[in-house]
Design a protein around this ligand. Structure first.
Ligand SMILES: Cc1cc2nc3c(=O)[nH]c(=O)nc-3n(C[C@H](O)[C@H](O)[C@H](O)COP(=O)(O)OP(=O)(O)OC[C@H]3O[C@@H](n4cnc5c(N)ncnc54)[C@H](O)[C@@H]3O)c2cc1C
Length: 383
């Protein structure tokens, strides 16, 4: 079965960064790919996210997820270069490090403990005192006591990356079915048959469920192939600051701040179990502003340019679902929770290799529907 699809017809349901990255990788390897979405490509969580590429900053305890995140961070420069070459759009990959700021002695102590963990793992980092921190980020001036700079991490402008991936897919011959209504997978008892929408039925030998937080709801998926994905809401806002005012993605107590090249400073993010509610609330925005302004009162002078919310695809154990289901040809690429932007390149490579038969047997076992025993990584609150 695997390997029989070289150049074959693959349908990807969901045009978030995960679905788009898979479609692009497959198309570059010669497959015929159709992407279905009920909306526009690169929206949903992939548009709402902060774009941090931060395996070590995220304190991921599950070794299989951390390993996946490390591999994806390593794959980012080459992957985005291919996307840029195909699309002509630069997605603004910035791997200039992430700063963790501390504001008192106990915060400095926590950063030292984190630095020891990083050293054990061989991750390049610097512990900076107050003066060194201010040389990096003067806006932290009022209270900062010291910081930890995790080298090699950074961010990408995920909205640009979505546009770039969609254009790269177009350039590589991927066809899009946008604004699809009543989309459903069709299967018999044993295997997938194709995808039905109001525009008719498309026969496909492979269907990839990359429907993000909605992956468990995808019509037509048999119960045995349904991933245990649920929505985890995140609210964010953007301040309009002068370009270069904040140079590094910076974590403070209760929030993170991500600078964009256009002068927006993203402040995120809440973590809320709110079903499919995507409202921006006063309490959510207050929480973020309280955290940002108590760390750096100077930020209070800037205007709020934008507020938004999105739904992360959460799973019970914090691992994504990647690869086969009991239904032949129906594959999963969902449940990337807080790290779906980071994990897009490795997900694309793994799924494409699984489909073209070049992946080592068992390589996706830790992310299969039948896995168990992973620690529960989910928590609610802020950041
Ligand atoms: C506030 C916030 C901050 C985040 N910050 C980061 C971060 O800094 N770094 C990081 O790596 N990750 C971050 N994430 C997580 C990341 O955004 C997600 O893990 C990732 O975007 C998931 O991508 P996806 O393609 O699986 O899902 P989505 O981007 O949600 O795309 C799913 C697509 O499926 C389509 N779809 C669903 N159901 C159907 C259907 N029935 N028919 C047709 N189409 C359907 C939707 O329309 C959508 O386009 C953040 C998320 C949020 C909300």
């Amino acid at each position: 079965m695997v390997g029989a699809h070289k150049g074959g017809d693959v349908a990807v349901i969901g045009a978030g960064l995960i679905g788009l990255a898979i479609a692009f990788e497959l198309a570059e390897r010669g497959a015929q790919v159709r992407v279905f979405d009920r909306g526009e490509p690169g929206r949903a969580a992939s548009w709402a996210g902060a774009g941090m590429l931060a395996p070590y900053t995220e304190h991921i305890e599950d070794e299989s997820v951390l390993d996946l995140c490390e591999r994806s961070l390593g794959a980012y420069p080459e992957f985005t270069e291919r996307v840029r070459a195909a699309s002509g759009i630069d997605p603004h990959l910035r791997l200039n490090g992430i700063v963790h700021a501390a504001f008192d002695a106990s915060g400095v102590g926590r950063l030292s403990a984190h630095a020891l963990d990083l050293a054990r793992r061989g991750v390049a980092h610097d512990v900076l005192d107050r003066e060194q921190t201010l040389a990096f980020e003067p806006w932290l001036g009022t209270h900062v006591a010291g910081s930890l700079l995790v080298r090699g991490e950074g961010s990408i402008d995920n909205r640009r990356f979505g546009r770039a991936l969609a254009a790269a897919c177009d350039a590589r011959g991927v066809s899009f079915v946008r604004d699809a209504i009543d989309l459903a997978v069709e299967c018999d008892d044993r295997r997938v048959l194709g995808v039905r929408s109001e525009r008719g039925f498309a026969t496909c030998s492979i269907v990839v469920n990359a429907a993000g937080a909605w992956a468990a709801q995808l019509p037509g998926v048999p119960p045995s192939a349904r991933p245990a994905v649920r929505p985890v809401k995140g609210q964010m806002l953007a301040l309009a600051v002068p370009r270069g005012f904040v140079r590094h993605t910076t974590w403070v107590q209760g929030a993170y701040l991500v600078p964009r090249d256009d002068g927006r400073l993203l402040v995120g993010a809440t973590v809320e179990d709110e079903d499919f509610d995507q409202r921006v609330t006063a309490a959510g925005i207050r929480q973020l502003l309280d955290a940002a302004l108590s760390a750096a009162p100077a930020l209070g002078a800037f205007s709020i340019g934008e507020t938004w919310a999105g739904l992360r695809p959460g799973t019970p154990d914090g691992r994504p679902y990647l690869g086969a289901t009991p239904i032949e040809g129906l594959l999963l690429a969902t449940g990337h929770f807080r790290n779906g932007i980071l994990l897009a390149p490795i997900t694309a490579k793994l799924l494409a290799s699984y489909i073209d038969g070049s992946l080592a047997p068992g390589a996706l076992d830790a992310f299969g529907l039948a896995r168990d025993g992973a620690p529960n990584a989910h928590r609610t609150g802020v950041v």
